[in-house]
Design a protein around this ligand. Structure first.
Ligand SMILES: C[S@@+](CC[C@H](N)C(=O)[O-])C[C@H]1O[C@@H](n2cnc3c(N)ncnc32)[C@H](O)[C@@H]1O
Length: 413
């Protein structure tokens, strides 16, 4: 790609009239103007004191075409139009990734979220922003909390009804919904209601503001690991709540890290790893197809639909997967080569956590600990249950002890 500086100009639905003078100057000076057809149509021509350059609509699909277009335009003064804030889910961020930030001059404009917060009187820093543009709607579930304010970037006219339907089905039907259409345009409109009462389509250019209200009787989930066991659909193959919380503490998810959840069962470890931070990703490896399906369903219900599920048996199923930062082995330890393959997959500084319930797998972890070091911990949880008739007395019913081996791979010297 030839070197060239690109000016990226944010523009709102109010078009030319809403642009600051430096943005207008940049557009007037451009020899070529790149943008979507809707944005290019917002620019007046030379007779009205507007732009003189050649207008070029982006092709579809856009991203693969960008390097070729920039090469072709090398040496020419190019301005790129972006809707709202170019660096907010926008073409500016895409160009920075492809061409490098040093080649960009970005003239920002208020984002649709800034405008929505301005209309609603909401503090921008207190809202959770989500997008369903090319992303699964189920991810919105992760942000649901009593009193939480969300702004969801819509994929189009149908998004408000889809969001309303999801909220109602999940027990948040009383949530307030405001659909803000064509923000900044002369015909801007805001429609308000509740999720349960929502009907009909909206203007395709809209964002959806949600003020979360749980139905009476719904027990919303907390933020820390250790969701209730009944949050998951499972067939008994579930790392139970308290042990899961301790296991997640050992896994210690950090933003941007990738987990392999080997022998995923119901998927609870990968799900709670991904719920820890938006930047955490996970691959669940599960040999039984019905369980693999259940992992995907749990991930969707619990707001992390991006959890990747690989149906197959370790160690073979691990071949070719992206390098993990952390590996959890919750099942399949007795299969030949599983622990070795997981250890071999770790980069220096990578971490491994393995849980054992049976005497045989515990012996394997003790041997691995003797060979490689790390920490060996045993936890046992007892739950109070009624004893005798009448339900007046309770006794402790112990669960099976779980042995947890955790290791950080040393940097190779
Ligand atoms: C790909 S994102 C781009 C966001 C943009 N960079 C910004 O700063 O708002 C597009 C989302 O913004 C919404 N959007 C953009 N302009 C809007 C406007 N004037 N009014 C309402 N929603 C708008 C679209 O409906 C869509 O959900």
């Amino acid at each position: 790609m030839a070197e060239q500086r690109l000016t990226v100009v944010g523009i709102g639905a109010d078009g030319w009239s809403g642009l600051a003078e430096p943005s207008r100057d940049a557009l007037r000076e451009a020899e070529v103007l790149l943008g979507g057809p809707r944005q290019l149509d917002l620019l007046p021509g030379p007779a009205d004191g507007g732009v003189v350059g050649e207008r070029r609509a982006w092709p579809s699909p856009l991203v693969p075409a960008i390097p070729g277009i920039l090469d072709e335009l090398a040496g020419r003064r190019v301005a790129v139009l972006a809707s709202g804030d170019p660096m907010f889910f926008g073409i500016g961020a895409t160009l920075a990734r492809i061409a490098g930030p040093d080649r960009l001059r970005v003239l920002a404009h208020p984002s649709s979220v800034a405008l929505a917060c301005a209309r609603l009187g909401w503090s921008s820093e207190q809202v959770s922003v989500l997008s369903v543009v090319g992303r699964p709607l189920d991810a919105v579930r992760r942000a649901l909390a009593p009193g939480a304010r969300l702004v969801v970037l819509s994929a189009g006219a149908g998004s408000p009804s889809e969001i309303a339907e999801m909220l109602t089905g999940a027990g948040w039907g009383g949530s307030g919904l405001s659909v803000l259409e064509r923000l900044g345009a002369p015909d801007e409109r805001t429609v308000t209601g509740t999720a349960a009462g929502w009907r009909g389509d909206a203007d395709p250019l809209n964002v959806v503001a949600v003020e979360c209200v749980p139905d009476a009787g719904l027990a919303p989930f907390g933020e820390t690991p250790g969701l209730p066991d009944d949050a998951y659909d499972h067939d008994g193959q579930l790392t139970k709540r308290e042990v899961r919380a301790v296991t997640l503490a050992h896994l210690a998810p950090r933003p941007g890290e990738l987990l392999w959840d080997v022998g995923a069962g119901s998927g609870s470890i990968g799900v709670e790893w991904m719920r820890a931070h938006r930047g955490c990703t996970a691959i669940a490896v599960e040999s039984r197809p019905e369980r693999a399906e259940r992992v995907a369903a749990n991930a969707a219900t619990l707001g992390v639909p991006g959890l990747r599920v690989v149906t197959g048996a370790a160690p073979d199923a691990l071949a070719g997967l992206p390098e993990p930062d952390v590996v959890f082995v919750g099942g399949g330890l007795t299969r030949d080569g599983v622990l070795d393959a997981c250890l071999a997959a770790l980069r220096p500084g990578g971490r491994l956590v393995a849980n054992a319930v049976t005497v045989q797998t515990e012996a394997m972890l003790a041997a691995a600990h003797a060979e490689h070091g790390g920490d060996l911990v045993r936890v046992q949880v007892a739950r109070a249950e009624p004893v005798g008739r009448g339900g007046h007395f309770h006794g402790w019913r112990p669960g099976m002890p779980v042995t947890i081996w955790s290791l950080t791979r040393e940097a190779v010297t």
